[in-house]
Design a protein around this ligand. Structure first.
Ligand code: BGC
Length: 905
């Protein structure tokens, strides 16, 4: 490359961060099993991770050393270490497994790490800790308890189920100074726990939902700080959650509690308090009904003042019944529970002719509403929730189907009260309140936004307000659909873990949120829901058991496992589920394959835009993609994935089988569906051609011709609009960009007319709809808060628009390829993503010939930065830039960690 003085003057690359050497190298964000100082780890070899940073560019780790001990003192003295990894020459800092003497049930451990880098060594990190859970089934001494009967008015487990909450309590003494107290607890379906009247945590809907015949989760809490000397009381409220389910149960799986409180005293002695028949129970408390579809009813006249504190008179309560032990394996929950993650205030209130009021939250949100109001004794106040209003300003409830979405509070006296339900959530923007005899103030309502506890890892903003609105809608929709599993929707009588909705979406979500633990958990739900024959349930946990034996929905099992590995460097799910995945692959091959074509498909390219805006599903054969095309291309992609999974799982012997079948399928598929004259697949839908292309089935040499058909169809038949449903949309934005038509991708991303994400936003959507025509279609299926139609949009935002992309040969952003696309009409993008190595930032502007790009990549990573040659950016010899290459179209810089500024003016 030739560098002239003028190019040096006009083009600059400035290292913003300090460039002096000899600065300290920091090691921070220590994690065990992805959590900070976790309590109750259940794996034999917990994995450690950390991040490295320094003030100088191009920081790389050269070795690390981890030490583990039973006490901080031992760690410091280096004596009696349980594990000293010694100096390991390696640049790995993500999920390094423990390799010391076996870890023991319930014990607490301490660890530290130091690293060597190309800029010198770090100090020892601070000392962090974790504790193990009960590792042996025999450690459990507790009994499942509860109240065995339906004993309140209207209670039923048929049809719309109804049940009051159960309150359980037990007083106990802790007569010596306490060193450590740990509670192991499973309150099915949902529980709120107290010690001495204080909540033991802010967790909501604990424990996580599961298919209980296969698995039951429990949580572990360190409650040392809550115990008092001498007398103590533990109190648990049990709601229904998904255990005493919302509709029609085969049998009354009544809420049940398993609790074991282990107290270690300072003198080394120990006591264990367990749930058993010495506990008292009542269902005559204030929560007289709770059902996630129908709402919560709270009768303040039945409040049990002081029930969770010492000295409460429980003589009228019942002796706790021993409940049936759920069949599932008792398992410690590794993913955090839900919490209130944000609070928002309403933006408007209107009075209705019937004296009711409608509150507008200004945002379709998921969670619940806390109220501070004035009531009259015995006069119920009713809250009803909806996503949309009808034209006359009343609530639109048709799309909620049978969900009753009604919270009711009955005051025990006249005057002020504050209330918030415990065991329900709603998907809503609007709330209608009745039973008040005055106009309430907006300040009386607080929207509590509830979803799984996880970090927001991504930020994304552009110069285009519509794109920003769509991103915001996606952000609200994604988090609103996390309820211990990814749900299809949060409002109607469904709210299930539908697999097809997340095949690719989960990957996009993983930029915005660190959802690794949630999705790890969901893969276990999928395996737990598998049939003995190998079928995967399209809904997992299988509250609806749907063994369709399609490929397109179960594919989520594989794609999500792959995502966890590629985005977070976590291959544990791949290894753990490999046998079950293989079983499903074989089952499908045996039962749904004919002449190397997968023939089974139920849903088609679900929710593609129909020919008439009133329809839910298209009836037009020309728009519909052949199910065998969907199933075969997707199964083919799974065979390729399984080859990689086999390698990662040490099952190399399986690889040849997958590859041979893949080769046979590709041949059969092209023979059956490909027309070499026209370069069309099947009836030439965008989805058919796109899946064939992106999943690698197109015969060599035909790629651009097949792509030309995608372009033609999109432009000529759909006026530059999306024509795909849930399947095609998973590849649309990346596919158009990859083959050079960023302009069409950008048009689709910014369309305001039907069908498009922009159309939804222009129609007032603050989340993403289930249907492209969600405003006009039949209410039977038009949730205003689904995320499946996002397809690969979020991935495209981050990888293609922002240029934050993991190099294909690398894992978890150890090496990046930063090569944004620059659509005409887009002036700037500013994005960041907190990867497992640290924060990656990319912010570019391009206007009137001036181009600027700020990049930051974290310690222990590197990147190839690719800029179109025509932008005229050159640079050399700058700290952190390892190399500069010129290709025909691009200038490429190979950079180490640090912050960089590229510009052409
Ligand atoms: C759900 C979808 C799901 C679909 C499958 C719908 O009712 O809401 O998200 O994937 O059914 O048929």
């Amino acid at each position: 490359m030739k560098i002239t003085l003028s190019s040096l003057l006009t083009s600059l690359v400035i290292i913003l961060a300090g460039c002096t050497s000899g600065q300290t190298v920091n090691l921070n964000d220590l994690r065990v099993e992805m959590k900070e100082n976790p309590v109750g780890i259940g794996v034999a070899h917990p994995r450690f991770m950390w991040k490295l940073s320094s003030g100088s560019p191009d920081l790389m780790q050269t070795s690390y050393q981890i030490q583990v001990a039973e006490s901080p003192d031992q760690l410091k003295s280096g004596k009696d270490l349980l594990w000293d990894s010694g100096e390991v020459k390696s640049d790995e800092s993500v999920l390094i497994p423990y390799g010391g003497t076996p870890l023991q049930s319930r014990k607490q451990y301490y660890w530290r790490v130091k690293a060597n880098t190309n800029q010198g060594p770090t100090e020892w990190s601070k000392t962090n800790t974790w504790s193990m859970t009960l590792l042996n089934p025999s450690d459990w001494k507790a009994t499942w308890i509860g109240e065995k009967n339906l004993s309140n008015p209207g209670e039923t487990y048929k049809g719309k189920t109804r049940l009051a909450a159960r309150y359980l309590r037990k007083e106990f003494t802790a007569d010596k100074p306490v060193h450590r107290a740990v509670l192991y607890i499973s309150g099915l379906g949902s529980s709120e726990s107290y010690i001495n009247g204080k909540r033991i945590s802010e967790d909501i809907f604990a424990p996580g939902p599961s298919w209980c015949p296969s698995r039951v989760y429990y949580n572990v809490y360190d409650v040392t700080g809550l115990l008092s000397k001498d007398k103590n009381t533990i109190g648990i409220v049990l709601g229904n959650g998904r255990y005493f389910g919302m509709r029609d149960l085969q049998e009354a799986t009544l809420p049940s509690l398993l609790a074991q409180l282990e107290i270690e005293y300072a003198d080394g002695s120990q006591t264990i308090l367990v749930s058993d028949t010495s506990w008292k129970v009542t269902s005559k408390g204030p929560i007289i009904a709770n059902n996630e579809f129908d709402g919560e009813e709270y009768d303040a006249r039945q409040e049990l003042n002081g029930w969770n504190k010492n000295g409460f008179d429980d003589s009228k309560w019942l002796t706790a019944d021993v409940m049936d032990t759920p069949a599932g394996e008792l398992t410690v929950q590794a993913n955090p529970n839900l919490r209130i993650q944000e609070q928002i205030k309403p933006v408007g209130i209107t009075e209705r002719p019937d004296g009711k009021y409608i509150i507008d939250m200004g945002q379709n949100m998921v969670g619940r509403l806390a109220i501070d109001l004035k009531g009259k004794k015995d006069q119920p106040i009713t809250l009803k929730f909806a996503e949309i209003l009808k034209e006359d300003g009343s609530l639109y409830l048709d799309n909620l189907r049978s969900a009753n979405v009604t919270d009711i509070y009955t005051p025990a006296q006249d005057g002020k009260f504050s209330w918030e339900p415990s065991f329900v959530y709603h998907g809503f923007r609007f709330m209608e309140i009745s039973g008040l005899d005055y106009k309430p103030e907006l300040a009386s309502f607080t929207g509590k936004v509830i979803y799984d506890q996880m970090n927001t890892t991504g930020k994304f903003e552009t110069s285009n307000p519509l794109v920003n609105q769509i991103y915001k809608n996606a952000y609200w929709g994604i988090r609103g659909n996390y309820r211990g599993m990814p749900t299809d929707c949060p409002q109607r009588d469904e709210r299930h873990g539908w697999l097809g909705d997340r095949v690719t979406g989960a990957y996009g979500e993983a930029f915005i949120f660190n959802n690794a633990l949630l999705y790890n958990k969901w893969l276990q739900d999928i395996e737990d829901s598998q049939s003995p024959e190998g079928s995967i349930s399209d809904v997992s946990p299988r509250y609806w058991t749907i063994y369709n034996d399609d490929v397109t929905w179960p594919a989520a099992y594989f794609y999500v496992a792959n995502l966890l590995y590629r985005q977070f460097g976590d291959k544990s799910a791949i290894i753990k589920h490999y046998p079950s995945m293989k079983r499903w692959m074989q089952h499908m091959e045996a039962t749904a394959m004919q002449d190397n074509i997968m023939i089974k498909d139920t849903y088609g390219d679900w929710c593609m835009p129909p020919e008439s805006q009133e329809l839910i599903h298209s009836q037009d054969p020309a728009r519909k993609t052949d199910g065998a095309i969907l199933a075969t291309t997707m199964y083919y992609s799974l065979l390729n994935m399984m080859s990689e999974f086999a390698r990662l799982s040490g099952q190399e012997k399986d690889i040849a089988t997958y590859q041979q079948l893949a080769a046979k399928m590709k041949e059969a598929y092209n023979a059956k569906f490909f027309n070499p004259e026209t370069a069309q697949y099947g009836n030439n839908t965008v989805t058919a051609n796109l899946l064939s292309l992106r999943l690698g089935l197109v015969p060599k040499g035909y790629e651009t011709k097949v792509f030309a058909n995608i372009v033609k169809k999109t432009e000529e038949d759909f006026g530059g609009h999306v024509s795909t449903g849930v399947l095609g949309i998973q590849h649309l934005m990346r596919g158009l960009s990859e083959y050079g038509r960023v302009d069409i991708a950008w048009k689709i991303a910014t369309n305001e007319t039907y069908p498009s994400w922009g159309y939804m936003a222009k129609k007032g959507a603050t989340t993403i709809w289930e249907l492209w025509n969600g405003d006009t279609a039949d209410p039977a299926m038009n949730s205003a808060n689904h995320v499946m139609l996002l397809g690969d949009l979020i991935i495209w935002y981050y990888e293609d628009l922002a240029g934050i992309k993991c190099a294909p040969e690398s894992i978890a952003y150890k090496k990046l390829i930063m090569a944004p696309v620059f659509p005409e009409g887009l002036d700037s993008v500013s994005a960041s993503y907190e990867s497992v190595y640290g924060e990656i930032k990319s912010a570019w502007t391009k206007k009137d010939g001036a181009f600027k790009w700020d990049i930051t990549i974290p310690g222990n990573t590197s990147a190839v930065v690719r800029i179109p040659k025509e932008f005229g950016v050159t640079a050399s010899g700058q700290p952190g830039i390892r190399q500069t290459n010129e290709t025909a179209d691009y200038t490429e810089f190979e950079i180490g960690s640090g912050s960089y500024h590229f510009a052409n003016k």
